[in-house]
Design a protein around this ligand. Structure first.
Ligand SMILES: NC(=O)c1ccc[n+]([C@@H]2O[C@H](COP(=O)([O-])OP(=O)(O)OC[C@H]3O[C@@H](n4cnc5c(N)ncnc54)[C@H](OP(=O)(O)O)[C@@H]3O)[C@@H](O)[C@H]2O)c1
Length: 323
């Protein structure tokens, strides 16, 4: 079969012939792959930088973690690869599939799940979002942030505040349900002043963070209390686009009723992952099929994988390889 194969960590994937994967037990099933989104997780695993990366193999490894595929009976499902998914054929975990509604195109169905995971799992299980909550999304202009804005509103957020660096993208988020925008490009004092005013007027309940780094330090400083009762803030780190480390003073932690947590592989319970497949993804696919959850994709062909691997897709779009 044809596949995108990585021979060296940090190198470029090659479009080449590769042996078809073998089903090892009854929990696995062989599928025909239709579309695979290229996400930060795939790139960071392929480069060996992600905390869940496998050791490199000299004989090469097919890349791509999840995607849209056809089962033997022709049913179209989203699945998580046991073998790499950027290939004509792959093996997937039989219990981790979601049927895709007929009205949803392959590219959208391939692109949505990672963003739904990056948005809904944090909002629902880590922040325990409640109807009427005020939600701040730090780094909302990316593909996952755009989905998070819409899911936060779907879960009943009263107000969604978004931060980002691209003003046009930020303004575009207003059409997806955001209520207030805060530019991270202004100077630190102006950023903090704007957020402090917002927090005083409409206390922030939930923070979903895709950036971390310096903006996280500033946001945490803005929710710092002054020694009397404070609003409970649930802060969830989901990504670290602008840095993996922050400085956080102990006084800041003691001054506010703060729950600081993360959402990612290893941070969820088995029942929560079960709910992702049984309830959350089907619900989000249905919303997308009904035009109520909107995403933009750029589709490319598998044979061009080496040239496209490092392609920067801007404006909150997702690169999807169709096979
Ligand atoms: N833990 C999970 O379950 C999970 C799931 C999905 C995603 N993630 C993580 O979440 C993060 C975002 O993912 P994504 O899919 O939204 O990626 P994306 O579509 O590539 O978007 C990246 C975002 O980061 C912003 N950004 C990058 N550099 C920046 C800088 N120097 N200053 C300010 N903003 C900057 C981009 O802003 P512009 O719009 O201005 O370019 C954009 O908003 C990644 O770290 C990803 O790994 C985690």
């Amino acid at each position: 079969m044809k596949a995108a194969v990585m021979y060296q960590q940090g190198g470029l994937p090659q479009y080449t012939n590769f042996p078809e994967p073998i089903v090892h037990n009854e929990d696995e099933v062989l599928v025909t792959v239709k579309a695979v989104a290229i996400k930060h997780l795939d790139k960071s695993k392929a480069s060996g930088k992600h905390y869940s990366s496998d050791a490199p193999k000299e004989s090469g490894k097919v890349i791509g973690g999840d995607g849209v595929c056809l089962l033997a009976d022709g049913m179209r499902v989203y699945g998580m690869g046991i073998s790499g998914m950027l290939a004509e054929r792959a093996t997937i975990d039989k219990d981790r599939t979601v049927k895709i509604p007929n009205d949803l195109d392959d590219a959208t169905a391939a692109a949505l799940p990672n963003a739904v995971i990056g948005a809904a799992m944090g909002l629902k299980f880590k922040a325990d979002i409640q109807p009427g909550d005020v939600v701040l999304i730090n780094g909302a202009t990316g593909f996952t942030g755009r989905v998070a804005v819409q899911i936060a509103k779907h879960y009943g957020a009263k107000k969604v505040i978004v931060t980002g660096r691209n003003l046009a993208s930020l303004e575009d988020l207003l059409s997806l349900g955001a209520d207030e925008i805060v530019s991270v490009m202004q100077d630190d004092e102006s950023f903090k002043a704007q957020l402090t005013v917002i927090h005083a007027a409409t206390p922030i309940d939930v923070i979903i963070d895709y950036l971390w780094g310096h903006t996280a330090e500033m946001i945490l400083a803005c929710v710092k209390g002054k020694g009397s009762f404070t609003n409970r803030v649930r802060y969830v780190s989901v990504g670290s686009m602008t840095g993996d480390l922050i400085q956080l003073s102990a006084a800041n932690l003691r001054s506010v009723d703060l729950q600081l947590t993360g959402s990612g592989l290893g941070a969820w319970s088995k029942p929560q992952v079960g709910q992702l497949f049984s309830q959350i993804l089907p619900e989000m696919f249905a919303l997308a099929a009904a035009g109520k959850l909107k995403v933009d994709t750029v589709t490319v062909k598998l044979e061009n994988i080496a040239e496209l691997w490092d392609l920067e897709v801007d404006g909150g779009k997702r690169l999807v390889v169709v096979i």
